[in-house]
Write a protein that binds this ligand. Sequence first.
Ligand code: ACO
Length: 436
Amino acid sequence: MTIMERGATAANPQVARLQVGDKELVLPIEPATEGQAAINIAPLLKDAGLVTLDYGYANTAPTRSAITYLDGDAGILRYRGYPIEQLAEDSTYLEVAYLLLNGDLPDAAAYEVWQREITLHTFIHENVRKRFLEGFHYDAHPMGMLVSAVAALSTFYLDAKDIFDTESRKKQIIRLIAKMPTLAAAAHRFSVGMPFVYPDNSLPFTSNFLSMMWKIAEPRFEADPVLARALDVLFILHADHEQNCSTTAMRVVGSSHADPYSATAAAAAALYGPRHGGANEAVIRMLTEIGSIENVEPFIASVKEGSGGRLQGFGHRVYKSYDPRAKIIKQTADEVFGVTGKNPLLDIALKLEEIALSDEYFTSRKLYPNVDFYSGLIYQAMGFPLEMFPVLFAIPRTTGWLAHWQEMLDQDSKITRPRQLYIGEAERTYRPIGER
Ligand code: ACO
């Protein structure tokens, strides 16, 4: 029923014609700078009384966005136009955070101010730690603690509700980016019974985080520079990924004009699930269960016949080729293993990848390693417990969530409120309980 006039470009805007019964709807096609143009279906309900059915929003662009571009078929990922490979090679996480939030790379003076602002906000209110974090059960999962602690921050910063005040908004963004590693490390320390370590603001961002994680009695914790840099690269790679599940959660909650701490907690909760930020933890559990190279083939066979579950760390809603982040991570893994020694699960992972990439089941479905396939191996080699993996994802993704939250508010967007295709009972009459 659709006669699409294809080929819309910025220079050549066109329309889609949709025939509904004897009525023809002319729907504008909105051009993209790169990637797919979009049919604007806004008139559909009003003009034809129809809604669109799109499970998992797989074909829906709920917004215009100028932050991140990715081409899943070509394996391209760019932040504000800059290829992820260049950023991972030459930039730092904090510079990338500035880029995502402000649209451009900072000059030297702006970068210095930005770094100082983040550094000055790394401390958390003592009551967040004493009254809140320490109130959890001894075996609380650190991601559950992080989600709750971030939500709790909104009760400490009442000015966060002024979401249209530019200064207040900026302050909450800085607070969130700066406090995330402190909360993350605090959650870990509590879960292993170690005392809280205060931030050391003489250290760069990732070294400071590693200090809060691992410091014991030494006056100053000196992170291995290779490991600190590797973590910074991982933070760059995880900083944003356009309209993924957790970012969508951020935008949905933010669209009701909730404060950014509440919206970030919702985004972090979305990230907690094994289909999203929990996948690298699932990869390690899967590799551990496989146990040895000889078991790889039978395991792949069980995945194919449906009894072995999914191959964790493989497949992606958007990437239908090798995830460009996975390529960079593979290289980073070699550098990390040079310091920590090789993760014994690496050989199983490499064998799994080799077999899957030459197997018709995976190639025909375009299932390739995603960012999570190798990141867990690095985190594990660096000493992070499995429970910390989604937390390590949440720290940098906070930047992406906030960039999208800010963009959404600047667009003066509508509250997110989709429609549905109702398939329940038609109207029926209530009968008192004795008559049923
Ligand atoms: N292992 C085996 N088969 C798979 C896998 C996998 N990892 N992923 C998809 N498939 C198969 C499905 O069974 C389906 O096969 P069928 O057509 O015969 O029914 C086909 O590929 C398409 O799968 P969908 O579920 O429709 O793909 P979708 O785009 O909805 O899912 C997802 C994407 C959730 C990432 C999926 O690939 C998956 O579960 N992967 C494993 C978990 C994972 O690694 N998640 C991390 C994603 S990256 C991130 O969030 C940072």
